[in-house]
Ligand binder design. Structure first.
Ligand SMILES: Cc1ncc(COP(=O)(O)O)c(C=O)c1O
Length: 326
């Protein structure tokens, strides 16, 4: 596998947002990776590590619990490199992601939830259980695998630092496994003590409380669904020192933000990217920014993965092809 196909994604200033907030705002466009998400980097690091440590051999099955994107990265590598893949996803995984997994020959297992290794109906529990009873399978386990953070510490962090000519003052990312923010935040904090690293998650997730109090507060509040981000358990790889603050956003407002961004830029932000935009708006209410600030927003994927969910209200004209084959 040629590692140079992963990463080195563009960072582009967004004139709409820069004008709106009167500072420099850049988008780190992770959808320029081969499978159009930041998770390509993570999948590559985890698989490379397993191969180096001789934990997998040709024809073995690589197993992952995923909201879809890491699974797609794993399935792609498995197909390219002579392995099989088995991906545990939740029932609300987008149709577009499921189709991509199918196209990559992944075995797909639909689970009730993604509530962590203690819940028998979760993707994480089921993935581990599958690996235990199936010889010749290996669980990459993005929630506990340090390669998840390392991928971002060694690649995305340095790219952002150089692409902003070392001027970055704020970094925003959606958080799920926390690999992105833990890896990039660690790198940037080693470079500058002035950086503010802000995570964004949906209402009902537990990581904002955990960051603020150091405790997990059990709550029955249902988590608002924003694909890719939000968890009811603390991922093993979280690096709290790399994160300054975690902001919670509402699903309905995030959908509205995505629509506004689309109206102004013509771009379809991914669901978690729209959450990042909402988090930025809330952050700026309490923490005014000015023309000296250089803010980077990580867009983990693109809105074409959510045409049937986030963007289902858009009036996308059906083509003759759709009429014939839908
Ligand atoms: C679209 C999207 N955004 C954000 C995230 C969260 O990134 P991380 O798991 O590194 O915290 C994910 C994770 O799967 C994702 O798929």
């Amino acid at each position: 596998m040629d590692a140079s196909i992963f990463g080195n994604t563009p960072l582009q200033q967004c004139s709409y947002l820069s004008e709106k907030y009167q500072c420099h705002i850049y988008i780190k466009k992770e959808y320029f990776n081969p499978n159009h998400t930041a998770k390509d980097r993570v999948a590559w690091y985890m698989v490379k590590d397993a191969i180096t440590k001789k934990l997998i051999k040709p024809n073995d099955t690589i197993v992952e619990a995923s909201s879809g994107n890491t699974g797609i990265g794993i399935a792609y590598l498995a197909k390219q490199m002579g392995y099989r893949s088995c991906i545990f996803v939740t029932r609300n995984c987008s149709k577009e992601k499921l189709k991509s997994l199918q196209a990559l020959d992944a075995k797909i297992v639909l689970c009730e939830n993604s509530n962590g290794p203690l819940d028998k109906n979760s993707t994480q529990y089921q993935a581990r259980a599958f690996t235990k009873i199936n010889n010749n399978s290996y669980y990459t386990d993005q929630y506990n695998n340090p390669e998840n953070c390392r991928a971002h510490y060694e690649t995305t962090g340095p790219e952002i630092w150089e692409q902003t000519s070392r001027k970055i003052t704020h970094f925003f990312a959606g958080i799920g496994t926390t690999g992105t923010i833990s890896g990039i935040g660690k790198y940037l904090k080693e470079k500058t003590q002035y950086i503010k690293v802000v995570g964004v998650e949906p209402k009902g997730s537990i990581l904002a409380q955990y960051k603020a109090t150091g405790r997990v507060i059990k709550s029955d509040t249902e988590m608002e669904k924003i694909e890719g981000i939000g968890r009811k358990f603390v991922p093993g790889i979280i690096n709290l020192k790399a994160i300054d603050q975690i902001i919670q956003v509402e699903r309905t407002r995030t959908i509205q933000t995505a629509m506004d961004y689309y109206q102004h830029t013509g771009m379809l932000a991914g669901f978690s990217s729209a959450a990042v935009l909402t988090g930025l708006e809330d952050y700026c209410i309490d923490n005014p920014v000015d023309s000296r600030d250089h803010i980077v927003l990580l867009f983990a994927d693109y809105g074409d993965r959510y045409l049937n969910s986030l963007y289902h209200t858009l009036n996308i004209k059906k083509t003759a092809y759709d009429e014939k084959f839908s």
